[in-house]
Design a protein around this ligand. Structure first.
Ligand code: ADP
Ligand code: MG
Length: 400
């Protein structure tokens, strides 16, 4: 069987190595980094390249500058953050193609690091433009992709550049994302339990369908549950549901029965009269079964938590994507936190958590260090789990 080549498989000393990283960090209105998880996630690859005496050229996008130079979306601030983390100077270059970055790259010492300016200041990046790809490739003898979060996009720095380099390999972050979302869920240790929540069936139904083939149990929560419950004939009151997904939901229930995969829906619900984030609520109670008009399902109830508990406790592989309730409101986060706690305390299982909101919820629960793998890529992770071959992964070189 072949596998994707990684930085461990090739000589790096003295080589100009172009590393596509994902430094697309959230920023506040004052231009400060709100959460630098993505920067930390790239550190193992960068450290390794430095230790191998490579010349490390880092490139990323930040935000959506739409092909123009937007000073607020400069990667300069990331250079400072990264230098501090590594305890090593980073040379920031105001540009990513042309003579200035090129000659800076030519003058690099072994083991030194350059960070190029935001790739998306050029419209050619997202257009996967061949000329621009060639320009990026001029920097490098070796291309490393460590930006799993952008691997579902065929852009110049994730795709076109590969035509212009001798080696195209995965970094450690990319490698571990592919391992956990790929191998560990394709050939899982069983029982394999998937917990799926969040707002919309339409966002996640393809993942549900693929997981129906791989998992032993699927535990549903979040607003997604109401479309499933409606399709089984329950009332859901004023809860969020998707009229055009009812058939899809009942199709999934049928497939689950055919495949003998357990598909569990909430048995009881925390319901509220009005969902106003953070403010006082008008009424809040727990209901079993159907939800009457005028009430909104906002979280899974205690009986549901209890029934999901036994599955999570005996699982050997756990995949969680999507909060089980409106966790942004502290009165509705009990279900999500309870599930996070149960996953964290099953130390026999490989646990994988993905999704921007799920990770936010996990961090607020304080269980984040108990999880085997936290995915960095939202859209890319979903597509990968659906079985889509990601363009940024497909072009990487393979080894026997
Ligand atoms: P992730 O980012 O982890 O993939 P999603 O974006 O799919 O998750 O879903 C997260 C959103 O789902 C949250 O904003 C949360 O408030 C919402 N949500 C969860 N349960 C409910 C519910 N019962 N009613 C309405 N929204 C819900
Ligand atoms: Mg989300």
């Amino acid at each position: 069987m072949t596998r994707i080549k990684t930085i461990k498989d090739i000589p790096l000393q003295g080589k100009q190595v172009f590393v596509r990283v994902d430094f697309n960090v959230p920023m506040d209105d004052d231009g400060q980094i709100v959460d630098d998880t993505r920067i930390s996630a790239a550190i193992p690859t960068i450290r390794y390249l430095v230790s191998q005496r490579a010349k490390v050229i880092l490139a990323s996008h930040l935000g959506r500058p739409k092909g123009r130079s937007v000073p607020e979306l400069s990667l300069r601030i990331v250079a400072a953050n990264l230098a501090k983390k590594l305890g090593q100077p980073i040379t920031f270059i105001e540009g990513c193609v042309g003579t200035i970055p090129f000659s800076a790259a030519e003058k690099m010492q072994e083991g030194s690091i350059l960070l190029l300016e935001n790739l998306r200041f050029h419209p050619e990046e997202e257009a996967d433009d061949p000329e621009f790809s060639k320009e990026l490739g001029r920097f490098a003898q070796v291309y490393v992709n460590d930006a799993f979060g952008t691997a579902h996009r065929a852009h110049a720095s994730t795709h076109g550049i590969v035509n212009h380099v001798a080696e195209a390999v995965a970094g450690f972050l990319m490698e571990s994302e592919l391992n956990y979302l790929g191998e560990k869920t394709r050939n899982p240790e069983r029982p394999f339990v998937a917990i799926l929540g969040g707002a919309k069936v339409s966002d996640k139904i393809k993942v549900v369908s693929t997981l129906l083939k791989k998992a032993d149990s699927i535990l549903i929560g979040g607003a997604m549950a109401y479309t499933f419950l409606l399709s089984k004939g329950y009332e859901v009151g004023d809860s969020l549901w998707e009229p055009d997904q009812i058939d899809v939901a009942s199709g999934a229930i049928e497939t689950a029965m055919d495949q003998e995969t357990e598909l569990l829906l909430p048995l009881d619900h925390v319901v509220s009269r009005k969902v106003n984030f953070g403010k006082e609520l008008v009424g809040n109670k727990i209901l079993r079964g159907s939800i009457q008009k005028g009430w909104i399902g906002v979280d899974i109830g205690p009986e549901t938590i209890n029934s999901y508990k036994s599955r999570i406790q005996s699982a050997r592989t756990i995949l969680w994507n999507g909060p089980l309730g409106i966790f942004e409101n502290k009165k509705f986060r009990n279900g999500t936190l309870a599930i996070a706690g149960l996953i964290a305390s099953n130390t026999n299982a490989t646990s994988i958590v993905g999704g921007g909101d799920s990770i936010k919820a996990l961090k607020s629960s304080g269980y984040e260090n108990e999880i085997t793998h936290i995915c960095t890529g939202g859209g890319a992770a979903l597509e990968f789990l659906e079985g889509v071959e990601l363009p940024g992964v497909r072009v990487l070189h393979r080894i026997d």
